[in-house]
Design a binder for this molecule. Structure first.
Ligand code: PEP
Ligand code: MN
Length: 372
């Protein structure tokens, strides 16, 4: 059961202490206090754990500070959509709102290589009205001999250039909690010119200790990639790990599944699950067309497969696109073959806008049908 407290409840106040005293006396039930930072306000929720079957929502609603009590039966207590659920579905980070209703493009370098390439990328994004980017500093690689990313050395110039070109949120993968400290230190050192969304890669989706650690770093939002060889349910449980440790500012990313049934694409594109994730959870859903397709192959209609699958995800309601671009893909140190070029950014964004408009029209048509 979840107790949703009145907005602005004072956790130091006498009313809240009375509530806690009552909860402590419930036998066989423990509780956890959870702060949910939404776009407009911060809400407090209390998760009751253990055998709550004998508790009645009507009774719990009479307790001090409690606005509503919601019974949850599903596995995803925090990220899930529950019946009668009117909790906040959007979150804000560094002035950018993320929700299941809007769409942001995070185009950029799979791996940071030179300050010049970072600057060219950021400049192009700004000139196309973009405020988000992807920049990989810590790269998990299949081979120990492959380029592992510049790590903390590149962070100061990446953050400064982001600030210079008005980029507010950078998606950046981390594979260890120490890297979060390095990111935090570099942001502090550079005067916080931008923000970072911590990306958990597909290889780490079930690295439970990392999930718990990132879950405790709730000052940063998290982008969780779906595990490429596990079920959707298992990946959603990974997102619940983050939330259960206190970080519920999560975006869930689809990036294709590893199977040769998807050949010749690098991974089997799974964007049909965009609406499924939106139905099962409150999380905004990201698609990563670059790691799904893995090449610049195109169709006879002149559209690249990366653009086709992006449009498929967007027309199904995706909320974020993580896509590899590079000023000179042949010089890229990681994943050059799948990167789009800067002269394709305008075309790509137009294609996204066409698909988004089609999605919005489809949504309106569905609403009219429901009202008929
Ligand atoms: C990436 O986005 O750079 C990446 C490594 O993705 P994934 O974890 O999906 O392979
Ligand atoms: Mn990559």
């Amino acid at each position: 059961m979840i107790l949703i407290l009145y907005p602005q409840t004072d956790l130091e106040g006498a009313e809240f202490r009375r509530l806690e005293e009552h909860l402590r006396n419930l036998s066989g039930i423990s509780y956890r206090v959870h702060r949910v930072r939404g776009a407009q306000q911060t809400l407090t929720e209390i998760y009751l754990l253990g055998d709550t079957s004998s508790l009645m929502p009507e009774d719990m609603q009479d307790l001090p500070c409690v606005e509503r009590a919601v019974k949850v039966s599903e596995d995803y207590r925090i990220i899930g959509r529950h019946r009668d659920d009117q909790r906040i579905h959007a979150f804000e980070y560094n002035g950018v709102e993320f929700s299941q209703d809007n769409l942001h493009v995070f185009a950029g370098l799979c791996a940071v290589d030179t300050p010049e390439h970072v600057e060219q990328m950021m400049r192009a994004l700004q000139s196309h009205g973009q405020v988000c980017a992807r920049m990989g500093a810590y790269k998990p690689r299949t081979s120990p001999y492959a380029f592992q990313g510049h790590g903390k050395d590149c962070l100061p110039y990446v953050f400064e250039l982001a600030g210079k070109y008005g980029i507010k949120v950078i998606a950046m993968e981390v594979t260890h909690e120490d890297q979060v400290d390095e990111i935090e230190a570099a942001l502090e050192q550079t005067g916080r010119p931008t923000g970072v969304m911590l990306q958990i890669g597909t290889r780490n989706t079930q690295n439970f200790e990392l999930l718990k650690q990132i879950g405790r770093r709730s000052e940063f939002p998290a982008l969780l990639k779906r595990g490429f060889g596990i079920t959707l349910e298992e990946s959603l449980n990974a997102a619940e790990y983050l939330a259960s440790e206190g970080n519920s500012r999560i975006v869930f990313a689809l990036r294709g599944m590893k199977t040769n049934m998807g050949d010749p694409h690098r991974n089997f594109v799974d964007f049909a699950h965009v609406p499924v994730v939106k139905r099962l959870t409150r999380l905004p859903v990201c698609i990563d067309p670059s790691h799904s397709v893995g090449s610049r192959a195109g169709a006879p209609d002149r559209l690249l497969d990366v653009m086709h699958v992006t449009a498929q995800g967007v027309i199904a309601g995706a909320n974020m696109i993580l896509v590899d671009f590079h000023p000179n893909p042949s010089q890229a140190l990681v994943d050059g073959p799948q990167a789009l070029r800067l002269d394709e950014l305008s075309w790509f964004l137009d294609d996204v806008a066409i698909a988004r408009e089609a999605y919005e029209r489809r949504r309106e048509r569905a609403a009219r049908h429901a009202a008929e």
